[in-house]
Design a protein. Structure first.
Length: 293
């Protein structure tokens, strides 16, 4: 599973990241398998050549995201079991961003890992960071209690459960303000920049963002442009709900951009998700028809 999780490191907008997003969005809807030719065709709609796409497919194979599998003599790809599980969890995170209330419980993760297991210790810290946990101290991390199941999965996967203790608690009592504490536990400046970058890239009126349908509710037709807009939106957004813990207002700066980012994302999904999916379905039907003829 860790190899799959490492794919979160792919830079948004890179070929590997866009390909992973296309696969995550549409391979399952295509029946769990898609021909290499179809994948190349879809990536061409994003401005990526077939040669570059095939290289990126090789990277995703090494990361255990996809498996090469031929059907009826046609080369294609299917998801690995670990990737399918990761994508299902990602769907829930991406389309339902976290938002804690002031009364929601917290999860504290305390661990002491010997130097002989330092690589596992590094992986644990890395993976806790990627699901939105904050660092109170080197061996004490914090997150919304809603993430406790994922924390348990990470500890079990790394075989470190016996070295960790989990506490469920009310709002921590800090010496100063909650906002000051949160700014030390999480890199909130970096998360805020992710939201601001998303708004700049995909807000109405940006060079690369959606046109008026996001704000005006106009009909968006299935097209390469609708597909490109939606895929690039998801690709840019998908890491944000992992790194943004969805803290209560009392923990956040007054000018926190998270609500604006989430609202923009919801508008784009409402306008572009179905036209993009229909474009993919049309593309697959066209290539299937061409193969029969």
């Amino acid at each position: 599973m860790s190899a799959v999780l490492d794919d979160m490191d792919s830079r948004p907008g890179s070929t590997t990241s866009l390909l992973r997003t296309v696969i995550g969005l549409y391979l399952r809807d295509a029946g769990g398998w898609m021909s290499a030719k179809d994948i190349v065709t879809l990536m061409e709609a994003l401005g990526t050549s077939g040669t570059v796409t095939r290289t990126a497919l090789g990277r995703l194979r090494k990361k255990d995201v996809v498996l090469q599998e031929a059907r009826d003599g046609v080369a294609g790809f299917t998801l690995t079991e670990g990737a399918a599980t990761m994508l299902a969890r990602g769907d829930r995170r991406i389309y339902n961003p976290r938002s804690m209330s002031g009364s929601d419980p917290w999860c504290l993760i305390s661990f002491s890992i010997p130097e002989t297991e330092r690589e596992k210790r590094h992986q644990l810290r890395r993976r806790l960071h990627w699901i939105g946990c904050g660092t109170v101290a080197a061996g004490l991390w914090i997150c919304p209690d809603s993430l406790r199941v994922e924390v348990e999965e990470i500890l079990a996967d790394l075989e470190l459960r016996a070295m960790a203790t989990i506490f469920v608690t009310e709002t921590p009592l800090v010496g100063g303000s909650l906002r000051d504490a949160a700014s030390k536990w999480w890199d909130l400046d970096a998360v805020a920049e992710l939201h601001k970058d998303f708004i700049r890239e995909h807000g109405s009126g940006s060079d690369h963002g959606p046109d008026s349908p996001v704000n005006a509710g106009d009909v968006v037709e299935p097209s390469p442009d609708a597909f490109s807009t939606y895929v690039q939106c998801i690709d840019r957004w998908r890491i944000i709900p992992y790194l943004d813990p969805g803290l209560p207002a009392a923990f956040l700066p007054a000018d926190w951009p998270g609500a604006d980012g989430a609202a923009l994302f919801s508008r784009i999904v409402a306008s572009y998700a179905e036209p993009s999916a229909q474009f993919v379905r049309n593309t697959l039907l066209e290539t299937a028809g061409a193969a029969v003829s």
